[in-house]
Design a protein around this ligand. Structure first.
Ligand code: TEU
Ligand code: CA
Length: 558
């Protein structure tokens, strides 16, 4: 049993990527008034918290993850008055708001960086990380997450600055106490406005090690052992908690590339007084080969289940987990982990039932509640994501096969999750009256909110029903977890239980019928189907089941 009960453990979170959510003024870009128009839709799903991706002023080199003013709203998204109206609208509906805190780096157009780069001795120089080059090149061999070197030469002072992401995202220097105080001040500003917490962007990499070359060729190893979990990370997060979070009733979730089972608990243990929970990436990077996202390898389903078990074991008596399968950085869940063709509806519902029956706070990414799928644009020119475009340029420069690259983008590119939300079957899926900033998935006439809104068997209806079941059964939140026959290659089955109630969850992650034998942890002679995506599972006797393709069921054991 997890220890203390609290609101953010019992919450279901809905992630909004504003640029693609809803456009209210016809400029083709989603905005804050557009979100306000759709708050009743979000509320209708039954979620408690909205995680809002960055809305601060930004040149949008990385769609808002490059912030040029932490105290103002991006022009394309509206004004601070719009933000205040949005926050009031969220609170008026009994929901809470998490902002996206991006403080590993700022934009190179931030006033701090403009001053910092101008000379070697200005007060803001050490807000960023500057090093002399070596042998006519960058200070070391660190690669950027977004292709190329993690260093950019700046002629004004004949030095290089560090940017783990794009060259327009210079890393902030957390060794500098003045910079840290700037961050705490901006955090207080938003919390004093009534914001209820933060999702903290790549928080695992804010403490840098020495600047030795990375010895690793596999990028994930460089992330884990060179960039993440640096020497002062816990000191910084404890200071941030002491100076800011401890003074508010807030929820914090740290995005933690490179955080693994050996390091995870240090960030979220109750006594650590750092963060409430984490996004780890064990299951999200497992199909990334040595070269990262565009060097894909198949998902190992047994490994997928093992990762969930190991993390659940890690947090079973301390700390807390997040449960997510997708977000704005990964392809659509029904395309990645389900079957977005023949079994689109069944598999979308199966993934929902999994998200809502695990121990940890579940996160729903915008559009997954209607089963939005990957998209396959014909040309690289139809794509926007800087990670895609930088990698494309690198493949081109290296003379690699660009048709193959486009195929990888169709499968793994982040823009799969960034096509505009499909509200209805009218022009531009009801997202905008203008030209959408990114093309809309051509399947919007078939997949949209309007035609699922009142359909009893729709994915949207299933999300609403499933989330209400989770909220009505706190044992699904705090109860124990034990996987059944983890080695089975197609079925994911597990028990959830506490002193008062026991559940059996059966998920057939395959296109074929699957006979499945459960273990005898509990007596299953008297099962009640709580919810399923296609009615009750056929059963030979009370221990052997015959699961239809993509069948999902939550049973209560009487
Ligand atoms: O993501 C960091 C991150 O880990 C992912 O970007 C992922 O590692 C990357 O796509 C490589 O495959 C956060 C934000 O979620 C992302 O949108 C930003 O681009 C990034 O940080 C920089 O702020
Ligand atoms: Ca707009």
């Amino acid at each position: 049993m997890s220890l203390k009960k609290t609101w953010w453990k019992e919450a279901v979170v809905y992630q909004v990527y504003p640029r693609s959510f809803n456009d209210s003024n016809g400029d083709g870009i989603g905005d804050l008034q557009g979100i306000i128009e759709k708050l009743d839709h979000i509320k209708s799903i039954g979620v408690d918290v909205i995680w809002l991706c960055p809305v601060y002023k930004s040149p949008n080199d990385d769609n808002g993850y490059d912030i040029s003013d932490y105290y103002d709203i991006m022009d394309e998204f509206g004004s601070m008055a719009d933000f205040d109206e949005l926050l009031d609208g969220i609170h008026a509906r009994g929901m809470k708001l998490l902002m996206d805190l991006v403080v590993n780096h700022s934009s190179d157009e931030h006033a701090w960086f403009k001053e910092s780069r101008s000379s070697k001795d200005n007060p803001k120089r050490d807000y960023y990380i500057w090093k002399e080059g070596k042998n006519g090149g960058p200070p070391n061999n660190w690669p950027s997450f977004f292709s190329g070197s993690a260093w950019q030469y700046a002629g004004e002072t004949d030095e290089y600055y560090l940017h783990l992401f794009t060259k327009k995202q210079p890393d902030l220097n957390w060794e500098n106490p003045k910079l840290r105080e700037e961050v705490y001040q901006l955090m207080r500003y938003w919390l004093d406005k009534g914001v209820n917490g933060f999702r903290m962007d790549v928080i695992s990499v804010i403490s840098k090690r020495n600047y030795e070359d990375t010895p690793y060729t596999n990028f994930n190893d460089t992330i884990a052992h060179v960039y993440a979990n640096g020497p002062r990370i816990h000191e910084f997060l404890k200071e941030m908690n002491r100076e800011v979070m401890s003074r508010y009733d807030v929820m914090t979730v740290g995005e933690g590339p490179g955080i693994d089972l050996d390091t995870g608990l240090q960030y979220v243990a109750e006594e650590a007084r750092e963060l409430n929970m984490l996004f780890h990436f064990g299951h999200m990077f497992m199909d990334h080969g040595p070269g990262g996202r565009f060097d894909p390898k198949p998902i190992d389903f047994v490994e997928f289940k093992k990762i969930f078990r190991l993390w659940d074991e890690k947090f079973q008596s301390d700390g807390w987990g997040s449960i997510f399968l997708g977000n704005h950085d990964f392809q659509r869940i029904v395309s990645r982990f389900g079957n977005d063709g023949e079994f689109w509806q069944e598999s979308a519902k199966l993934l929902c039932l999994m998200l809502m029956t695990m121990r940890g706070t579940p996160y729903v990414y915008q559009g997954d509640e209607i089963g939005m799928t990957n998209v396959a644009f014909d040309s690289i020119d139809d794509y926007d994501d800087v990670e895609i475009m930088n990698a494309y340029a690198e493949w081109k420069e290296q003379g690699k096969n660009l048709d193959l690259f486009l195929k990888h983008v169709h499968v793994n590119g982040r823009d799969n999750a960034r096509t505009p939300i499909q509200w209805d079957a009218t022009k531009n899926a009801g997202f905008t009256t203008g030209k959408p900033w990114l093309k809309i998935n051509p399947n919007y006439p078939e997949i949209n909110v309007a035609n699922q809104q009142n359909a009893g068997d729709s994915i949207l209806t299933f999300y609403r029903e499933m989330i209400s079941k989770r909220k009505a059964n706190p044992s699904l939140v705090y109860g124990n977890y034990a996987v059944i026959n983890e080695e089975h290659k197609q079925v994911y089955a597990y028990w959830r239980w506490d002193d008062s109630i026991k559940y059996l969850i059966l998920l057939n992650f395959s296109d074929d019928q699957q006979p499945f034998e459960i273990d005898d942890r509990f007596d299953t002679n008297n099962l009640t189907l709580v919810i399923g995506n296609m009615g009750a599972v056929q059963t030979g006797n009370k221990k052997s089941f015959n699961l239809q393709p993509w069948q999902a069921a939550l049973y209560q054991i009487q």
